[in-house]
Design a binder for this molecule. Structure first.
Ligand code: ATP
Ligand code: MG
Length: 304
C-alpha cells in the first residue's frame, strides 16, 4: 500500500439543515495509516462531518469519498469496511453487549470470530449484561468494542472516550497506538486536547461548520506561544518585556515575571539575562493553548 494514499477525501463538502448550517465547504484528506483528529466546540460540525462520510446524511453540496468509494452512493459498501462508533451509541435494550456486537457484525456481513473477549478484558467491559443496565461509560465500551472487533482498516469514532474514566481513556489510547502501528487509519472526534495531542498525527480544527486549520499536531505546537517564567534576584518589571514583539500576557509578581512568547524567544531571553537570573522555566505549549490562540485570532478577525 502506498503510504500517502488517501482513505478519506472531501471536496467542498457542505451540509445545511434548512436554515441551519451543519458544515460548510470542508475539503480535507486523511492518509492511510494516520490517526486524524476532528477537534471543535459543541455544535462545530464534527458529528455532521462523520455522518456525511458514512452516507448517513446526504451532502447539500460538495462530495466525499471513503476508501475510494462515494460517501453517499456507496454507503452500504463503506459500512461493511469501516468500524464506526456513532456519537449517540445508546441502546435502552434487554440485549447484552455480546448480542449487540453480534447484531452489528451480522449487519456488516462479517465472520463470527473477533476480538470481543480480548477487548472486553482490556476495557473491563461486561459483555453479558443487558445494555439498559449499564452505566454510560460501560455502555460506551460496548460501542467501542463493536467498532473495533474485526480490526477494520478504517475506524471513524465520534467522541470515543466520552464517558470513560481516566484509566479506560488511557487503555483506549493504547489501543489506538496499536492500531496505528498496525497501519490502520483512525478518524476520531474529541473535545479533549490532551487526548488529541497524544493520539493524533494530524488534526482538523472545526469552528462554526468550517475548517480553521488542518495541521500536524507537531507543527501546531511549534507555532504556539511558549510560556516563559523568569525569576530575578530582585523585583521584576513587566514593562520592558511587554514592549517586545510577539510577547503577550506579561505578568510580574515579586521577583518573577511570566509571559507568552510567540515565535523566536531570543529577544525575551536576552532581556532576561541582562539581569541576574535565579531561575528560568520555558514551557512547551499544550495543544489547548495553540487551539485557544487560533480561535482568538479567528474571533478578532471579525468573522463571528
Ligand atoms: N438533524 C439536524 N437538524 C438541524 N440541525 C442540525 C442537525 N444535525 C446537526 N445540526 C446542526 O449542525 C451543527 C453541527 O452539529 P454537530 O452535531 O455536527 O456538532 P458537533 O461538532 O458534533 O458538536 P458536539 O461537540 O456537541 O457533538 C449544529 O449547529 C447543529 O445544530
Ligand atoms: Mg458531535
Amino acid at each position: 500500500m502506498n503510504g500517502s494514499e488517501s482513505v478519506i477525501e472531501t471536496h467542498g463538502l457542505s451540509k445545511h439543515f434548512g436554515r441551519h448550517r451543519g458544515i460548510e465547504d470542508v475539503s480535507l484528506s486523511v492518509r492511510r495509516g494516520e490517526v486524524f483528529g476532528l477537534l471543535g466546540p459543541n455544535g462545530a460540525g464534527k458529528s455532521t462531518a462523520i455522518r456525511l462520510l458514512l452516507g448517513l446524511i446526504r451532502p447539500s453540496a460538495g462530495s466525499g469519498s471513503v476508501l475510494g468509494l462515494d460517501c453517499w452512493r456507496a454507503r452500504r459498501a463503506i459500512h461493511r469496511r469501516v468500524g464506526v462508533l456513532p456519537s449517540d451509541f445508546a441502546y435502552e435494550d434487554m440485549l447484552t453487549g455480546r448480542e449487540v456486537i453480534d447484531f452489528f457484525r451480522r449487519l456488516r456481513g462479517l465472520p463470527a470470530d473477533g476480538r470481543a473477549d480480548e477487548l472486553a478484558e482490556r476495557l473491563r467491559a461486561d459483555l453479558d449484561r443487558p445494555l439498559k443496565q449499564l452505566s454510560r461509560g460501560n455502555h460506551q465500551k460496548i460501542g467501542l468494542i463493536q467498532a473495533l472487533v474485526h480490526d477494520p482498516e478504517l475506524l471513524m469514532l465520534d467522541e470515543p472516550t466520552g464517558g470513560l474514566d481516566p484509566l479506560m481513556q488511557e487503555e483506549f489510547l493504547r489501543i489506538v497506538e496499536e492500531l496505528r502501528d498496525d497501519g490502520r487509519t483512525v478518524l476520531l472526534s474529541s473535545h479533549n486536547m490532551a487526548e488529541v495531542e497524544r493520539a493524533c498525527d494530524r488534526v482538523a480544527m472545526i469552528h462554526q461548520g468550517g475548517l480553521l486549520a488542518v495541521e500536524t499536531v507537531d507543527s501546531l505546537l511549534s507555532r504556539a506561544p511558549r510560556h516563559l517564567r523568569v525569576t530575578f534576584d530582585g523585583p521584576a518589571d513587566a514593562a520592558p518585556f511587554a514592549a517586545l514583539d510577539g510577547v503577550r500576557d506579561v505578568r510580574a509578581t515579586g521577583n518573577s515575571v511570566e509571559m507568552d512568547v510567540a515565535g523566536d524567544i531570543n529577544g525575551a531571553l536576552k532581556l532576561a539575562t541582562a539581569r541576574h537570573v535565579v531561575d528560568l522555566v520555558c514551557e512547551r505549549p499544550s495543544l489547548e493553548h495553540a487551539f485557544v490562540r487560533l480561535y482568538e485570532d479567528e474571533d478578532s478577525g471579525g468573522e463571528l
